[in-house]
Design a protein. Structure first.
Ligand code: HEC
Length: 144
């Protein structure tokens, strides 16, 4: 190394870089915590949305599907299924309710869950609520 690059210069780069990135991390964390309540529209979490989340968890929907990118990649992403199905909760309910018991021959398919009308309505309401989260347009396309 040339004489012009001294040990103290190296130390300053190390310390300066560390301080810079720690501050950046703190600022971004603060910004996230501040803006999240506005983005997740938590004021719209009705008892029905909460029940829908419970139906979602009890039936392990996330074992096959992703929700905002989180979950398994076996079946379509569902954070935007409400938009994909023409902003119509009934289409979502119908899809879940009419899955054949034995699956669709020759292709991967979704099981029949035998949900009650109330559970169907709740899980569709949960998916509607999820689609309305301000998630910076993730996923970036309407397909599953
Ligand atoms: C064993 C895996 C599996 C589980 C568990 C599962 N699904 Fe599915 N789901 C699928 C597959 C595969 C498809 C695509 C099937 C098709 O297009 O015929 C699908 C499709 C869907 C669709 C339509 C998506 C689209 O864009 O066409 C909805 C809505 C849906 N599932 C909701 C649910 C809900 C709600 C649960 C939990 C109650 C659930 N799924 C659990 C496998 C699963």
């Amino acid at each position: 190394m040339s004489d012009s690059f001294t040990k103290s210069m190296a130390r300053n780069i190390y310390l300066g870089g560390s301080v810079f990135f720690i501050l950046l991390f703190l600022v971004l964390t603060f910004d996230t915590v501040r803006t999240l309540p506005k983005r997740d529209h938590r004021e719209n979490i009705t008892p029905q949305v909460a029940l829908g989340k419970k139906v979602w968890e009890d039936n392990n929907c996330v074992g096959c599907h992703t929700l905002m990118g989180e979950g398994a990649y076996y079946a379509p992403e569902l954070a935007n299924v409400y938009d994909r199905f023409g902003k119509n909760k009934d289409v979502i309910k119908m899809f879940i309710a009419t899955r054949p018991k034995e699956g669709v021959p020759g292709r991967r398919s979704m099981p029949q869950f035998n949900l009650s009308e109330q559970e169907l309505d709740a899980v569709a309401e949960f998916l509607k609520w999820t689609s309305e989260i301000d998630d910076a347009n993730w996923p970036p396309n309407i397909q599953g």
